[in-house]
Structure formats: C-alpha cells, structure tokens
Write a protein that binds this ligand. Structure first.
Ligand code: GLU
Length: 291
C-alpha cells in the first residue's frame, strides 16, 4: 500500500494565526492516524510580499506548536523552472494565451462597457477577464510582446473545459475523520480565464499548487474552506496536465471574535503574539478544538 501523504502549505506573506495552527495540526493528526507522511511546503511565488523573516517566523511558530514535518522543505521560489516547463506544455497545446490587461485596465474596460452592474464575477468576487485578447491577431500579439508589453498567461477556459470533457469531479471528505466522502462537480468555468502565470513569474498559485501536489505525491489535500471553489480550477489543471487527483477535505475556518475570517494582519490571533502573551501550545490546540 502506498503511504498517504498530507501537506501544510503556508505562504510567508504574513504571520501565522490560529486558522493556520488548526490546518497544520489537523494535517498532522490525520497523517499520524493514517501512518502517513506530513510535508511542509513554502508557497513563496510572490517574491515581493514573501520575505525570509516571515518564513523564519513560520518555522518558529510551527516548531513551538510541536509540528513535525519532513525535510527538506520545498520552497516554490526555488522551482520556477519546473513551473515554466508545465506552462510551456499548456502554451504548446493552445490552452493559454497572453493577456495584456492590468487590473486597472480590466476595471476601466468594464466601467466603459456600460455593463458594469451585470459583469460576471468569479467566486472570490473579482470580475471575469474580458475576452478581448483572445481576438487579437497573432501579428499584433507578437508585436506587443516584442515591444516588451507586460502580460500574464491566462487559461482559455472554454478550450480547456472542452479538452477536459464533461463531468469533472473531485472527492471531498465530509468530516474531519475522513471516513466518508462525496463527489463534487468541479465547475471551473465559474473562474473564467484564470491567470496561469503572472507577469513577473512563470506560474500562479493554481499552477504551482497543482504541480507540487503531483510532484510530491500528495494524496490528501486538507486545507481551509476558503479554497473550496479554487479546487475546481486545480482539478481542471490536473486533468490537462495528466496529474492524479488528490482527495480533499476543506475544513471549517477559525473565525475572529467579530465572527469574520482571520487575516494575517489580525494581531490578537497571531501565533507569535499569543506566545508572547503567555499562551501555550495546549491553549492553541484547545482554542481550535484539537486537543
Ligand atoms: N498557500 C496557500 C495559502 O497560504 C494554501 C494553498 C493550499 O493549501 O492549497 O493560503
């Protein structure tokens, strides 16, 4: 039997809070129960926002919590060539296209369209990318690129879903014990032409996650409910790239005293702040319901 493999994959663009502690400890508990592996992955493709200090803080917080993970830790910023290779496959297959509009230009385009109120939005609330670049003649595209115009690579969602075929699903466990599961329809179309590679690096969150989960043999993706809908896009990319589909459990989110999702700037629930205020790892476990 192959070992079940779990991962905790924080981004060092802020300090860890109680929500991360819950996610990390739940992955550890599930890996131990299954006699499986726990990997830590540092998702630092955003080279402007991720810093070595924040990364060091993650290791400090996790060690303090008593998390044990395998070494070496995979840091995504060290593997841009891997992602570039996968991106190239999608380019060759005509499933991505260069997209020239910046966020500001997208907003302006939508405002000018006279359809701002009814413009479709993705599950995170961002407007779907207007289909204008897809209509650009190849010559114009080449000219812009040769002129040094910045661009990202976006998935041609229509072509991609046609390639993947009908009925794309993922397996979602129904509770923390992972004893029962159901099939969830992926519905990646809700995201429109998502970014597959950003302007500055040859990958995006989605591509890097899918690449690493496959490369690292992750069998179980256990992460917060906030990423539930993103799983549809990731499932599609797995299908297009010929990667296996890990099983998923999207866990409850730990909410702040105001009933809202915790954010990295939410000081009182930051693990370092709690530690400095005298909290113990046991207090953290109790606070997240994992004694
Ligand atoms: N790096 C992502 C985050 O910190 C999590 C990615 C994942 O678990 O798939 O939100």
């Amino acid at each position: 039997m192959t070992l079940l493999t779990f991962r905790f994959a924080p981004s060092p663009n802020g300090a860890l809070h109680l929500g991360h502690a819950y996610s990390a400890l739940l992955n550890q508990k599930l890996a131990r129960t299954a006699g499986g592996r726990l990997l830590l992955r540092i998702e630092d493709i955003d080279t402007a926002r991720c810093t070595p200090e924040l990364e060091a803080g993650i290791y400090r917080d996790l060690e303090w919590l008593g998390l044990e993970w395998e070494r070496p830790v995979r840091r995504q910023s060290g593997h841009f060539a891997d992602y570039a290779g996968l991106l190239d496959r999608l380019v060759q297959e005509g499933l991505v296209y260069p997209a020239f509009m910046s966020r500001g230009e997208i907003r302006a385009f939508i405002a000018d369209s006279g359809k701002a109120a009814s413009w479709p939005r993705d599950p995170d609330g961002a407007p779907l990318y207007p289909a204008v670049d897809k209509a650009l003649p190849d010559k114009e595209r080449q000219r812009r690129i040769a002129d040094g115009a910045p661009f990202s690579w976006r998935l041609d969602m229509r072509a991609a879903t046609a390639r993947a075929g009908e009925g794309l699903c993922w397996t979602e466990f129904t509770d923390e014990t992972l004893s029962a599961s159901r099939q969830v329809e992926a519905q990646p179309q809700a995201w429109g032409d998502v970014v597959i590679a950003r302007r500055d690096v040859p990958t995006s969150y989605h591509l890097a996650v899918v690449a690493d989960d496959a490369l690292q043999g992750i069998s179980h993706v256990v992460r917060g409910m906030d990423l539930y809908r993103a799983t549809g896009v990731q499932r599609l990319l797995q299908e297009l790239l010929g990667f296996p589909a890990p099983r998923h459990f999207h866990h409850r989110l730990i909410l702040g005293p105001d009933g809202r999702k915790l954010s990295k700037s939410f000081r009182d629930t930051g693990l370092a702040a709690l530690r400095e205020a005298g909290a113990t790892p046991g207090d953290v476990r109790r606070a997240v319901g994992l004694e």
